[in-house]
Ligand binder design. Structure first.
Ligand SMILES: Cc1cc2nc3c(=O)[nH]c(=O)nc-3n(C[C@H](O)[C@H](O)[C@H](O)COP(=O)(O)OP(=O)(O)OC[C@H]3O[C@@H](n4cnc5c(N)ncnc54)[C@H](O)[C@@H]3O)c2cc1C
Length: 501
């Protein structure tokens, strides 16, 4: 793709105003970066040709029309915290930064909906909602820095999703600008606030988790909840991952409506946290693995559920309660844990200049031990072979079934990656490691990603050609070509270029 022509730049400036179009290098370069290891190796190759910051749907329509006419790629970028490189301009072109589209358009406290522009953050929305006793329960670990358009683009997963639902459940309807510039509304039937309808195809889901390849969400109507009166994060120590796995099942089986998540921290995770996390350093050596039961609801509900949880965990399964202070502190720090770029200690206790990277998959409860064993074998093998470049920082497993804390788990292995010294050879090893990790998820009947999307090298080939091989990927290509005849929307993602060959 040739750099963008002067004529196209002038058209963009006419449509948005010169002050909202950035052809200069600093604005472009900063928008090639995302937090996954990708950019350190390759970000310079993906600096967009121009950055635009629209404010309205009409301006997004104009951008699409210009992009189509001049056949320029368009890449939507929200908070750019996506871990699957969704916002990286693979073919450069126009970087459509949605951050100026940050208005709350309506709060309907009777029907419990908020209609917002996509550049708004959950934090800002919740500040406003808390004044009227409501909240929007999308709560990812990236809560302070990811924003609603990106949450929709990646089909995000929430730490509270087993109680309140995840992004696909929380978006009631949306306005979307298609790659041709046409504006559509998708949701339950045609109603903006209707959660359940049986009219038409379920098109809303097509425009969630598409990684910016099918259009730009310009407005979304979201489902709100009453702010819960009480919160109880209960952390229990066990003697092994196997004990935690059994305890998690026993807690799931309680069938509590207030159970918002069941989380397992495996042995390697506790070992890692013990190196420099103040909540885990003092834990006795008997605490090898940990289970969190998270309860949200009214005071009465949470109190009653807490009693049942403790009877199961402590009296019946003999787990050790870690105490109120650790429980409250650990849960309260859930949004801060991974924001520090370089952190972590190696097994010798030295600070290691590695950054956090996570591979996630959706795995059913019964397959967790198999996946855990295989993933650690893979990561430890790469750690041995490429000493100083990779480290095994342990695994978390969170319930991910929406509104039901049982069954599916977002299963995550955290890998320390030495980005600063990464060579092309190490980069290839990293891709190979990712591919082996993804293959295990498929062997276990899982899905390669619960929330990040399978758009990265190492995942993407398996996602498209194995996980979606039974006709789904072929249909995806047909849909892509139908909606985006010139392949302008985030080209180079999901192997969708195959549709145009
Ligand atoms: C520390 C940390 C913790 C994380 N924890 C979680 C977690 O708990 N749960 C979770 O789900 N994820 C998590 N992530 C990943 C990331 O935060 C999510 O993928 C998030 O949804 C991305 O939102 P964003 O605003 O950063 O979007 P971006 O990364 O900017 O974009 C994500 C995708 O959406 C597309 N997009 C952006 N805006 C639009 C739009 N308006 N219309 C159409 N497409 C659009 C982009 O092109 C891209 O493909 C974490 C990441 C970090 C760094």
């Amino acid at each position: 793709m040739e750099a963008i022509s002067e004529k196209a730049v002038t058209r963009l400036e006419d449509a948005l105003g010169k002050e909202n179009v950035y052809p200069d290098n600093p604005h472009r370069a900063v928008r090639a970066a995302v937090p996954s290891p990708f950019p350190v190796c390759h970000w310079e190759e993906h600096i967009p040709d121009i950055v635009v910051l629209p404010k309205t749907t009409e301006e997004v329509v104009e951008i699409m029309k210009i992009a189509n006419e001049f056949k320029i790629p368009v890449v939507p970028r929200a908070g750019a915290t996506g871990l699957a490189d969704g916002a990286v301009p693979m073919r450069k072109g126009i970087l459509l930064d949605i951050k100026r589209m940050d208005e709350i358009l309506e709060i309907d406290d009777v029907n419990m909906t908020a209609t917002v522009q996509p550049g708004l953050g959950m934090l800002e929305l919740n500040k406003t909602l808390s004044r009227i006793g409501l909240f929007y329960p999308d709560d990812p670990a990236s809560y302070p820095c990811s924003i609603i358009g990106g949450r929709i683009g990646s089909g995000g997963w929430s730490l509270m999703g087993s109680g309140y639902g995840h992004v696909p459940d929380l978006v009631i309807s949306m306005e979307v600008v298609l790659p041709t510039g046409k504006v559509i509304r998708v949701g339950g039937g045609g109603g903006r606030k209707i959660r359940k309808s049986s009219v038409g195809y379920r098109l809303k889901d097509l425009f969630i988790g598409h990684s910016g390849t099918l259009g730009v969400t310009t407005e979304a109507t979201l489902d709100l909840c009453k702010k819960p009166e009480a919160e109880c994060p209960a952390y229990f120590g066990t003697g092994s991952f196997e004990e935690s796995h059994d305890l998690a099942l026993a807690l799931e089986r309680l069938g509590l409506k207030t159970m918002t998540a069941v989380v397992i921290f495996d042995n390697e995770k506790i070992e890692f946290l013990r190196r420099d996390d103040e909540a885990y350093i003092p834990q006795p050596k008997e605490v090898v693995s940990v289970v969190l039961a998270l309860l949200y609801g009214s005071e009465g509900e949470v109190l009653a559920a807490r009693k049942q949880v403790f009877e199961t965990a402590v009296d019946k399964m003999k787990a050790t309660y870690l105490g109120d202070e650790i429980a409250k502190g650990d849960w309260a720090s859930r949004h801060d844990r991974y924001h520090i770029t370089y952190h972590g200690r190696n097994a010798a206790g030295e600070v290691s200049m590695m950054s956090w990277h996570c591979e996630d998959a959706a795995i059913v409860h019964s397959e967790l031990p198999y996946v855990r064993k295989k993933w650690h074998e893979i990561v430890k093998r790469y750690k041995r072979e490429y000493d100083g470049y990779f480290d095994d920082w342990g695994m978390f497993m969170y319930t991910s079934n929406p509104f039901k804390a049982y069954g599916d788990y977002l299963t995550e292995v955290d890998i320390g990656v030495n980005e600063l010294e990464m060579t092309p050879e190490i980069w290839q090893a990293f891709i190979k490691m990712k591919s082996e990790i993804a293959a295990v998820a498929l062997e276990a009947g899982g899905s390669i990603s619960t929330c990040h999307g399978g758009t990265r090298p190492g995942d993407v080939e398996l996602a498209c050609h194995q996980e979606l091989a039974e006709g789904s990927f072929d249909l995806m290509k047909d849909i892509k070509k139908l909606l985006d005849p010139n392949n302008i929307m985030n080209p180079g993602k999901y192997l969708l270029d195959e549709a145009y060959q």
